[in-house]
Ligand binder design. Structure first.
Ligand SMILES: Cc1cc2nc3c(=O)[nH]c(=O)nc-3n(C[C@H](O)[C@H](O)[C@H](O)COP(=O)(O)OP(=O)(O)OC[C@H]3O[C@@H](n4cnc5c(N)ncnc54)[C@H](O)[C@@H]3O)c2cc1C
Length: 462
């Protein structure tokens, strides 16, 4: 029995059987019970290697999991699959404070690493709402984005070195702490964003950045979309490289979150577009003066209302308007949610065409919310569906509009099972075939998270 053989590798206490995991929810979003043969918790790279060698020899499917916070059914298993959790591999190494890097095991939770780095006045270049549960392995496997991408890039850009165990147990160790490395193919980038389908990430060397000491945050309201991309350009140039966030919010989401009894509206309600922007720097007085001057200029260049946060509490209140989904979840009992990338030039027409299509094709819907990390070209869309069975209509509406603009059907949340059948809207059949070919070389038995991103025999576009 495979569970006994796994227990011989990691110790009996670190293998859980079907009965012990079936009371556990599948992931952050699904309260359905976990279905799997069992769960194994290795404590070292050597144990991960031995587990995979065994599973490779037996043709046993393995589903890697971190904090299970992904939004795309990426850790969903079948009853005969083995789950592999990295939770016992969570060590954080000593920080190299002057050169700015740290070696960390894949099971370490992001927030622990952030706190550790903050103790040395350094910052991890990754931050997102799931920071308290998401692990470094999961974040890298998903190439996660979040609220700091404008400044530091996505997860991909944070990695200096990586250690990965291949499906047959081979260990690829390249834990280098320097930025320049032109010694052949950059293999680490193949595994970052591969959603657990090409190898198990066991350790990483991550960049750390100096922790900014000043922060300025503003909310602005606009009658028209036109001045917003211009403002982004002005702030990017004028803020001496300190612009760290530029979020756009369409009216319905702002108005919902600032309804009476909810959050206080910092700028007038009922206008078509809102921008929340933030700069973080190292010279508090000069940073504040520069920021204020540019916000005043924005008022002259098309904004119809603006407010600058005067305290940390006010800054946090501004961000809650963007990040609070309680009202939305209460309003949309059945929701279609999307995470797309578009050129800035296409965002206005996308929003307009989307609203029209939703009204026409989803009669009885309970609303449409559009907002997102505009500075990264990333919009999030939430549609209140009239009923659950209408989700494919919403998907078709959104993905057709995205494909027509050569956008990405996933900006930062990945593909998993949820978006697999729509991958052809963003990637050509030749590209998907190339991905499948890489998968078959690195995982010839198809044991690592099979069926995620694309089907084994090539994707079936809809
Ligand atoms: C409240 C909330 C806010 C979020 N905000 C954002 C956001 O702003 N931006 C964003 O990009 N994402 C966001 N996410 C989703 C984000 O993708 C995940 O939070 C994170 O990347 C997953 O980390 P995890 O440890 O939970 O991985 P899991 O969910 O456990 O796994 C994710 C995937 O990676 C694979 N995997 C896990 N560990 C490994 C490993 N060690 N080696 C190889 N494969 C592995 C799994 O098989 C799975 O396919 C958010 C999620 C939540 C719940």
């Amino acid at each position: 029995m495979i569970l006994d053989d796994l227990a011989a590798i990691v110790g009996a206490g670190h293998v859980l059987g079907r009965e012990q995991i079936e009371t556990r929810a599948i992931d952050f979003w699904s309260s359905d019970a976990t279905r799997a043969l069992g769960l194994v918790r290795p404590a070292s790279t050597a144990e991960v290697s031995a587990i995979l060698a065994l599973c490779h020899a037996r043709g046993q499917v393995v589903i890697p999991e971190g904090g299970r916070t992904n939004l795309v059914r990426g850790t969903e298993a079948e009853p005969d699959h083995i789950l592999l959790s990295l939770e016992r591999m969570s060590r954080i190494g000593e920080i190299a404070a002057d050169s700015g890097w740290v070696e960390v095991e894949a099971g370490a939770v992001l927030q622990r690493l952030q706190d550790h780095a903050a103790g040395q006045e350094l910052r991890v270049g990754l931050d997102l709402g799931a920071r308290g549960s998401a692990t470094i392995g999961g974040l890298l496997a998903m190439n996660a984005g979040g609220v700091q991408v404008m400044r530091y890039g996505s997860a991909r850009a944070q990695v200096l070195g990586l250690e990965v165990v291949l499906a047959d147990g081979t260990v690829l160790e390249h834990l280098t702490p320097y930025a320049k490395d032109n010694t052949g193919y950059d293999l680490k980038q193949l595994f970052i964003g591969s959603e657990g389908t090409l190898g198990i990430i066991t350790r990483a060397v991550l960049r750390l950045h100096p922790q900014p000491i000043s922060v300025q945050t503003a909310f602005l309201a606009f009658e028209e979309f036109g001045p917003i991309p211009k403002l982004l350009g002005t702030l990017s140039r004028g803020l001496a490289g300190t612009l760290s966030s530029f979020e756009v919010i369409w009216r319905d989401f702002y108005d919902l979150n600032t309804e009476e009894g909810r959050l206080r509206a910092p700028v007038r309600r009922g206008l078509p577009y809102y921008v929340l922007c933030e700069a973080e720097g190292f010279e508090p007085e000069a940073d504040a003066a520069r920021f204020e001057r540019l916000i005043v200029e924005a008022m002259e260049a098309g904004a119809v209302d603006a407010a600058i946060a005067q305290s940390v509490a006010q800054r946090d209140a501004f961000w809650r308007i963007r990040e609070d989904f309680e009202a939305e979840m209460a309003l949309f009992s059945e929701m279609g949610d999307f995470d797309v990338s578009l050129a800035l030039e296409d965002m206005e027409s996308f929003g307009r065409d989307l609203a029209r299509a939703v009204d026409e094709q989803l009669p009885g819907h309970s609303g449409l919310h559009v907002f997102g990390h505009m500075g990264d070209g990333n919009l999030h869309v939430a549609i209140g569906l009239p009923s659950k069975d209408k989700k494919p209509i919403a998907e078709r509406i959104v993905y057709d509009l995205v494909a027509a603009r050569r956008g990405a059907i996933s900006a930062e949340h990945g593909i998993g099972l949820s978006k697999r059948d729509w991958l052809g809207r963003s990637r050509s059949q030749a590209e998907i075939a190339a991905m499948a070919a890489i998968k078959s070389v690195l995982d010839p038995q198809n044991i690592l998270n099979p069926g995620k991103i694309f089907r084994a025999a090539g994707s079936a576009p809809v």
